[in-house]
Design a protein around this ligand. Structure first.
Ligand code: HEM
Length: 279
């Protein structure tokens, strides 16, 4: 799983992950999407939800439901571009496509870091911060969905808030992986020449550097699988309206009502209730 070397002090230290893990991550991503596509095609039942919202609330809704503000969409696409540049510059040289990748890599890494900092501030002060974290209703509904999946009797689950539990869990995993790759990446910039600070390869011991490279590599290959899964869902036919909302900022009222509960995802500007912004 790791590649090792002997330091000038004679200590055996890890230097980075073994690169076959790139293929493990790609194959894991492919297996997930093939398995999911087969499950949806042949086994998945129509989603069923409990009570409909009152007709008066539905009549109040606009034809287009605002979903992502312009700053949130710009953040998403800048982060996505940085992520693809990082993945390709990191892993193409490891699978035989040689080029001077380090400069492009730390520049994209800096763009990702700044975009994530912006997102953290924006999400904390301008968005509905809690919309992306699992709440009690998510867990209760997940329990009901699991029991029904295994053929046990359970009440119908409610419709989702702005983000279903699966999306919230994905966000949590990608957040932790992203923070690991950013924190280790910033330290690793001391090993190469950048415009930010003087190079200092002696900042940490050989063992600490080795573990830093291992953490960066593990989080990096994890992001291969996570990105594949994300893109797969983005291009699934039934999810295209969600993907389109990341371009145009809104979705149709019909799509919104199909899976979302207007009491849990309150639409902006309705009856003076709180807004439903999010990432
Ligand atoms: C999708 C995100 C990222 C992936 C997949 C990724 C992957 C990698 C990989 C596989 C390496 C080679 C490491 C080795 O030889 O063991 C590397 C090196 C490096 N990464 Fe990243 N990285 C990502 C994000 C970042 C970020 C956000 C930064 C900076 C903030 C960064 C900075 C660096 C630097 C400076 C190196 C070069 C280290 C050297 O050559 O000594 N990376 N990255």
């Amino acid at each position: 799983m790791l590649e090792w070397a002997t330091s000038p002090l004679g200590q055996r230290v890890p230097i980075h992950i073994a690169w076959f893990l790139i293929w493990v991550a790609v194959i894991a991503g492919l297996l997930f999407l093939i398995g999911h596509a087969i499950y949806v095609r042949y086994w998945a039942k129509q989603k069923e939800f409990a009570s409909e919202p009152p007709a008066t609330e539905i009549r109040e809704l606009p034809a287009r439901i605002p979903r992502h503000t312009l700053p949130a969409r710009l953040f998403h696409w800048i982060m996505a571009a940085a992520m693809f540049v990082l993945l390709f510059t990191a892993f193409l040289p490891k699978v035989g496509v040689q080029f001077n990748w380090v400069t492009y890599h730390w520049i994209a890494g800096s763009v990702l870091t700044v975009s994530i900092l912006f997102h953290m501030i924006h999400a904390t002060f301008c968005m509905d911060f809690w919309s992306i974290w699992p709440d009690r209703a998510d867990l209760e509904d997940a329990g009901r969905r699991c029991r029904r999946f295994f053929g046990k009797s359970a009440a119908l689950p409610g419709k989702f808030a702005k983000y279903p539990l699966e999306n919230k869990l994905y966000h949590g995993v990608v957040m932790l992986t992203g923070l690991a790759v950013i924190a280790s990446g910033i330290c690793m910039m001391f090993r190469v020449r950048t415009i930010f600070f003087p190079r200092d390869p002696y900042l940490f011991s050989d063992m600490t550097w080795g573990l830093m490279y291992v953490l960066h590599g593990l989080a990096g290959v994890g992001l291969i699988t996570l990105t594949m899964v994300h893109v797969y869902f983005a291009i699934r036919p039934e999810k295209l309206p969600i993907t389109a909302s990341m371009v145009v900022g809104s979705m149709s009222r019909e799509f919104y009502l199909k899976e979302h509960d207007p009491r849990r995802w309150v639409v902006e500007g309705l009856s003076g209730r709180s807004t439903a912004d999010g990432d």
